[in-house]
Design a protein around this ligand. Structure first.
Ligand code: ZN
Length: 244
């Protein structure tokens, strides 16, 4: 059994509260780099739910365990955990009952307005995209894994796993097994420029998990960039000669 498979098996066998993993068999796969949400309920779950000690766990957190692009700041930190801290595998671990999956842009705008920030002052065209809002935890994990897989700064052979943890019990559930993806690009159904969209590059795994992602993907698809304005017409040449 490989590292993450052993972690999930031990976690499930102990209903979310495994004893410490004997890491000697997995020394070459540790430490594990993991991205989770900022939810404080997770403070008491990690790294215990993984059966790992602090020294074998590099923990990155952001609101909603969101990755917004293959070269985002979070991807930068995960890449540095590979290059500088000798991590060999990455796990994106969403959690049940994530607040980020429940908030909409209008709700967020109301909360910002209540704190003195009005929409008109924000130099951000797409707030949904900027805040990484999503409607369901599992597709959000798959989207993050997809961005990591297509990232130019993450080595191609790095296993990138997707998991969901129960916020109350600590029980782990597979979303996508990074070993089974084999370091190969996930199934693609579109042009390369369409890769950063859930519906394009995770159709196979998402369908196999029974997750419906079309509305999310359609909603999160960014607008194409505006075409550049046409160049101004050249100044009319004055032709001297025959006509004066
Ligand atoms: Zn959350």
């Amino acid at each position: 059994m490989r590292l993450l498979e052993a972690i999930v098996a031990a976690n499930n066998a102990a209903a979310g509260r495994p004893s410490r993993l004997d890491v000697r068999a997995y020394a070459n796969s540790l430490p594990l780099a993991a991205l989770t949400c900022i939810d404080p309920r997770l403070n008491r779950l990690f790294p215990g739910a993984l059966g790992l000690g602090d020294e074998d766990f590099i923990w990155l957190r952001n609101a909603g365990n969101v990755i917004t692009s293959p070269t985002s700041s979070t991807v930068r930190s995960l890449a540095m955990s590979l290059y500088l801290k000798d991590c060999k595998e990455i796990a994106v671990i969403g959690h049940t009952d994530c607040r980020m999956a429940k908030v909409g842009v209008n709700d967020l705008l109301d909360r910002m307005q209540a704190q003195g920030i009005s929409r008109g002052t924000l130099p951000i065209p797409n707030l949904h995209e900027f805040f990484g809002l999503f409607s369901s935890e599992k597709p959000n994990v798959l989207k993050a894994v997809g961005f990591l897989r297509t990232s130019p700064v993450i080595p191609h052979e790095t296993p990138i796993h997707g998991l969901l943890i129960d916020s109350a019990s600590g029980r782990l559930e597979w979303v996508i097994n990074g070993y089974e993806a084999g370091g190969m690009p996930l199934e693609t159904h579109g042009a390369p420029e369409e890769l950063p969209h859930v519906a394009t590059y995770t159709v196979g795994p998402v369908k196999s998990l029974g997750i419906h992602v079309e509305p999310l993907a359609a909603r999160e698809r960014p607008k194409p960039p505006e075409p550049p304005p046409p160049p101004p017409p050249p100044p009319a040449k004055r032709i001297r000669g025959r006509n004066g």
